[in-house]
Design a protein around this ligand. Structure first.
Ligand code: CA
Length: 252
């Protein structure tokens, strides 16, 4: 089993599995995709049209959207365009399914911001491989010498030894700040809700009131930003959704 596959399986067991939203109106195809992705350890939700897809995205931001191009109501292209136009969802990778094989379609879709394209008919196995390839591209997880190292630009976290640094400078973080930064780095570039961050950094399930969630996460983000100095600005507030870590291009 590949390292990524192992990570996905471990995540599935620990309840932090990557979430995939499948938008496909043909029930047989949707069920087949869901079956294969679930077997591979992903958490899968399926919807049959664009409006439902936005409801699902609003409830919990997915890590990947598998989007059929031919949908009733809102077309797949329109769903893609809206996802990419909204700052809260623009960084969610999208794998587009199409019935057409024409080259122009592929180019059109990629221009709209699709991360990859898969022509029907496809094997479920191939879809899983593509999904994993996309997630690998957007992920920043590196394993180095046995220890798990996360990198985002000059920020480096050694997860096993709980050491954090920016360039040459070692950071002094509390355990909560460390886990918060880890959660942001693991989904580098992607927005996470306060609830998602709370679950990861504080290891609590929901049940805490929204007001307390907001206050707790916001307070720790403020402290973490202050400790990160100038780099703290890279933790962006996404109004109405939560936070994301966005490293500017060229900040290696
Ligand atoms: Ca369809």
């Amino acid at each position: 089993m590949s390292k990524l596959a192992q990570e996905i399986m471990d995540a599935a067991k620990s309840g932090t599995a990557l979430r995939v939203l499948v938008v496909e109106d043909e029930p047989d195809i949707a069920a087949l995709i869901a079956y294969q992705l679930t077997r591979d350890g992903f958490r899968v939700e399926t919807t049959g049209n664009g409006a439902e897809a936005f409801d699902a995205v609003g409830r919990e931001l997915p890590d990947l959207v598998v989007l059929d191009r031919m949908l009733p109501g809102l077309s797949g292209d329109e769903v893609l365009r809206r996802l990419k136009a909204d700052p809260a969802t623009s960084d969610i990778p999208v794998l587009v399914l199409t019935a057409k094989r024409e080259q122009e379609d592929r180019i059109e879709g990629l221009e709209l911001g699709a991360d990859d394209y898969l022509a029907k008919p496809f094997s479920p196995r191939e879809l899983v491989l593509r999904a994993r390839a996309i997630l690998r591209r957007v992920g920043e997880t590196r394993t180095n010498g046995g220890g798990r190292i996360l990198k985002a630009g000059p920020i480096r976290l050694d997860v096993d030894s709980h050491r954090a640094s920016i360039g040459e400078d070692e950071l002094s973080l509390t355990p909560t700040e460390f886990r918060l930064l880890q959660a942001l780095m693991e989904r580098h570039g992607r927005t996470q809700s306060r609830k998602q961050l709370l679950e990861k950094a504080w290891d609590v399930e929901s049940g805490v009131s929204d007001r307390i969630q907001t206050r707790t996460v916001d307070m720790h983000v403020r402290r973490l930003r202050a400790k990160l100095g100038e780099v703290g600005e890279w933790i962006q507030t996404v109004r109405g959704f939560g936070y994301r870590l966005k490293v500017p291009e060229g900040s290696e």
